[in-house]
Design a protein around this ligand. Sequence first.
Ligand SMILES: Cc1ncc(COP(=O)(O)O)c(C=O)c1O
Length: 498
Amino acid sequence: MSPASFESLFIAPDASLHDALARLDANAQGILLVAGHDRRLARTVTDGDLRRAALGGIPASTSLEALPAKAPLTAGLHTTLAEVLAAMDDARIDHMPIVDAAGRAVDLITRRELSQRVYLSSPHLGDDEATLVQEAFSSNWIAPLGPHVDAFERELAARVGVAHAAATSSGTAALHLGLRLLGVGPGDIVLCSSLTFVASANPIRQLGATPLFVDSEPAGWNMSAQALQRALDTLQADGLRAKAAVVVNLYGQSAEMDALLPLLEAAGVPVLEDAAESLGATYRGRPSGSFGHLAVFSFNGNKIITTSGGGMLVGNDADLIQHARRLSTQAREPARHYEHVEDGYNYRLSNVLAGIGRGQLRVLDQRVERRREVFSHYRQALADHPEVRWMAEPPGHVSTRWLSAFRLEHAHPSRARDMLLDFLERHNVEARPVWKPMHLQPLYAGARYIEHAPGQDVSRALFEGGICLPSGSNLEPAQLARVTTLLRRGLDLVRGGA
Ligand SMILES: Cc1ncc(COP(=O)(O)O)c(C=O)c1O
């Protein structure tokens, strides 16, 4: 329903039955909202109401006010989609007007929307995956390890411009291995971007080390060099040195490596690049994931390419990556019997899933192109909404726009964010808040955190007003148009009411 057609749902109480019929015919929604200028909902009128009036012999020139009174069934702005659905089922109706606290009609939910959920980022298979998986079946390489695993590692390494890669069962497993290979252990301090998914930080804690969280910079949202410098200075003043740094590339975009890496190098801190969200992006012409001593990718179901679950640890040090492969297969020593010296894991990717990964890698460029198109569409469609502040793509960056993300500029950002998210959810559209920073997580209560500038907590502000929109490369043009239309209406609602 376009913004214009939402307006066309309204009809004045003194309009005639004939006018109502003509309007219903024109907007094809099957319902009208009867309200005066103040938009307070007096009642609804459906095709059925008009048919019954005609059968009852009420002349078409009669005004709507003369119809038998019918209190409208409505829901409030905080009603969830499930509650709306349940109420529609109970009353056996197909539409539910949403009213604000003043009783004004501000939205209409239709049953038709319920079968058309739009997802944030869903898997998008290409033409080759099924054939490659079939190859694994035909050759009986169903066990973990096998030719697809080796080929997937080679092909991904080549794509990212690194020498070696080890395929793992998840990005989290690759992070865990990466930190361990950089020597992180009990008592160590590890620098880590605060604005990220919890998987970037958990392996630090699980290895017995302590994270020191670093804020974001306001434009590109990734780790702030200013904050990093102060974090390194603070550690130095205390006579400490970080064992490693987890630098995250957020929402399809590399961190500002030219600013961050020299600081870390000067302090002697190796980098584990968390490129789980940035496969396909480049920074100053170089692929994201080629900057750290080690880097990690994820092929989780919501990522730009997926193996349904999987990850990769990459780097130029052959020994480290070979060690990762050994640790990920229970650290078995090369002996006929089962001999173990090191503590290992069951972290290897299976040959079947690697087959999917190889097929997905072939369509990566198309996926990047389409996600960027989705972002451009949103940006153009909302260009007249200055309160929408998109995550910037600074010079030198090519983002994949894995997720199209913006911050709402508003006096009460989290209230406005939640109002917009509730609105989209009621219309069966999946959007999400930006990651809740690690320094605000109860899990990391008490962890040290260095802000972008004293008194300026950028990642908190990005969380409070931040929203990620449906961004899948398989979004149909009609779905994208529907989301954009809803966004425009939702933003108007927020402007008027939050
Ligand atoms: C930034 C970041 N790091 C790590 C991960 C973990 O990857 P996985 O889900 O494959 O374990 C994810 C996503 O899931 C992520 O977004």
